[in-house]
Ligand binder design. Structure first.
Ligand code: NDP
Ligand code: HSE
Length: 438
């Protein structure tokens, strides 16, 4: 793309970068490589004028001039030669204070920090509005997939009823490698870290916190309600065993860490993250490796699916760069975007939600045991969809594998408590929700 001689010369917008790790490094390379094209297309010439890191002497993949590097991030957000601030440090502090200072100084901010936005988004968006500047965060949800902007703009008038997503690349990568390559959990996690997918503390990924934060942000925009990461029920993948994966495959399912945000007819909402058995024929079952996908259901639009790379430097930097261009063009034009008004969320308790379950129960292999166990499901109002017994002739114990129809989670919990109290029940090894029978 060449610059149009009839258009005014591009306006230079100077970017102050907070953090130059996986995402910040990839962004710096992208800006350097793409700035001429971006200037010709948008009339805005981007340049990275300052970069804050924790340790300026650390070797980096990307070539940086000493003059732009600093270990003092506070100096970046107030610098006269910084027009737009990009926060890719991660975590709550110092990111929260730095963004607050930038917004108060009238500087637009782009952030990839879902943890911060899921906990303190409301206060930061209000501040951005009050100072008439952008706070954009496309990369905070589903990495490189353009999803936040379609949700907040293209679907602004849609009555969204449910969003189901695979929104953590690390856990999807781990589950894929365990399923397809027979890797151990530890091997797969180490590789996800080496590839730059995992958070600084990977507990955030494998414990479901990262997906929970993203789900809170998604639900907020999709339903126009104010909620935070604390409102999301989350379970991680650490309890998912190789045995569960093998049984799921044999029964025609893939185990995925799903985020589910729902709005019910009474306008209550529920947001949860948990390992889920997804039927092979469902589009989400074929989402592999670090790929993410978000499935949206709306009353007028029907079903939509967004798919792409949810983690990694390049894809995430691409989403950040889109926001930087948007914020820069808005800055030059003296405008900014707003998220609008959020109403308080009425949360439906997890215990009241309908879910189908997969349960593996170790029992004594004796006459009448199956009838006793099945009876416990029935008396607690949980209907069984399928059952199989696994166990060789002559074994003293057998493994009963149940899949239930959708039932109130409170009723399933009551079933589990009763089953565990029976002498003929040894252990209940696996309790995993199943998608598709609501
Ligand atoms: P990294 O750990 O790779 O990079 C963090 C950067 O921040 C490093 O350059 C580090 O400096 C710098 N830093 C940390 N603390 C400070 C501080 N107190 N002052 C100045 N600089 C500091 O993280 P990522 O790039 O992976 O992630 C950044 C953000 O992007 C996070 O919010 C993450 O959740 C989000 N994100 C990441 C994705 C990914 O795939 N990696 C995808 C989507 C979002 P130094 O280099 O000296 O250590
Ligand atoms: N750790 C995150 C993941 C990065 O694995 O999805 C993207 O937000």
């Amino acid at each position: 793309v060449t610059e149009n001689p009839d258009r005014p010369a591009p306006r230079t917008v100077r970017v102050g970068l907070l953090g130059c790790g996986t995402v910040g490094g990839a962004l710096t390379e992208l800006v350097t490589g793409r700035c001429d094209d971006i200037a010709a297309r948008t009339g805005v010439r981007l340049t990275v004028s300052r970069i804050a890191v924790r340790d300026a002497r650390r070797p980096r993949q990307v070539q940086l001039a000493d003059a732009v590097l600093t270990e003092d991030p506070a100096s970046v957000v107030t610098a006269d030669d910084v027009d737009v601030v990009v926060e890719v440090i991660g975590g709550i502090e110092p990111a929260r204070t730095l963004i607050t200072t930038a917004l108060r100084s009238g500087k637009p901010v782009v952030s990839a920090n879902k943890e911060l936005l899921a906990h303190h988004g409301a206060e930061l968006f209000e501040l951005a509005d009050a100072h008439g500047v952008d706070l954009l965060f496309e990369a905070a949800v589903a990495g490189g997939i353009p999803f936040v902007r379609p949700l907040r703009e293209s679907l602004a008038g849609e009555d969204v009823t449910r969003v189901i997503g695979i929104i953590n690349g690390t856990t999807n990568y781990i589950l894929t490698k365990m399923t397809e390559e027979g890797w151990s959990y530890t091997e797969a996690l180490a590789e996800a870290q080496a590839l730059g997918y995992a958070e600084a503390d990977p507990t955030a990924d494998v414990g479901g916190f990262d997906a929970g934060a993203k789900a809170a942000i998604i639900a907020g925009i999709a339903f126009g309600v104010a909620l935070s990461a604390e409102d999301v029920h989350h379970e991680g993948i650490t309890e998912v065993s190789a045995d569960d994966i093998a049984t799921a495959r044999r029964l025609g399912f893939q185990i995925k860490l799903l985020a589910v945000a729902e709005r019910f007819d009474d306008n209550s909402v529920a947001v949860r993250v948990h390992p889920t058995m997804v039927p092979e024929e469902h589009p989400l079952a074929s989402v592999r490796d670090s790929f993410n996908a978000v499935f949206v259901e709306g009353r007028a639009v029907g079903e939509l699916m967004f798919y792409g790379r949810g983690a990694g430097g390049g894809p995430t930097a691409s989403a950040v760069l889109g926001d930087v261009i948007d914020a820069s063009v808005n800055l030059v034009q003296g405008s900014h975007a707003s998220l609008g008004v959020f109403t308080p969320a009425s949360l439906r308790p997890q215990s009241e939600l309908p879910s189908a379950f997969y349960l593996a129960v170790e029992v004594a292999d004796q006459p009448g045991v199956l009838a006793t166990v099945a009876g416990v499901f029935g008396t607690n109002g949980v209907s069984i969809r399928s059952m199989e017994q696994v166990g060789a002739d002559g074994d003293a114990t057998a493994r009963l594998v149940f899949i239930t129809h959708a039932a109130r989670e409170a009723d399933v919990s009551a079933t589990l408590i009763k089953l565990r109290s029976l002498d003929v029940v040894g252990s209940i090894d696996s309790v995993i929700r199943v998608l598709g029978d609501a």
